[in-house]
Design a protein around this ligand. Sequence first.
Ligand code: IDP
Ligand code: MG
Length: 139
Amino acid sequence: MATNRTFTMVKPDAVEANNIGNILAKINEAGFRIVAMKYTRLSAEQAGKFYEVHSERPFYGELVEYMSSGPIVAAILEKDNAVADFRTLIGATDPAEAAEGTIRALYAESKAKNAVHGSDSDENAEIEGNFFFSQVERP
Ligand code: IDP
Ligand code: MG
């Protein structure tokens, strides 16, 4: 289904490595418009809630610890077919498997510390955007 919006985070490893600007440039070059954006930091409780869907996975504890380990940049992005096109732009979860030129191939450290988040469906894009942004923050 065509969609107009997706949700992303520049994760703590990429913020720490000073790659916010490089990643936002890639996002803009690929034709995405930034609708809403904030620099913030998740508590462990908030990270646990955001990734609740993964709570039964073996890496959940590590994921929550990592995602609350430092600041992130959260953003809502707009483009035709935004969800699918953004997943293509970021590449596979594991940077070793991510296609050349993708954001994860360029900037991710590891499968766990993989530089960026991208929503996997229209429904989750809406839920995730609402997690970070109030209605007045996302015109
Ligand atoms: P995705 O971010 O590509 O959609 P998911 O399977 O939804 O990947 O996993 C969410 C996040 O959990 C990943 O982006 C990564 O940070 C972390 N993660 C996924 N698989 C592993 C793993 O096997 N070990 C450690 N962390 C993982
Ligand atoms: Mg996912």
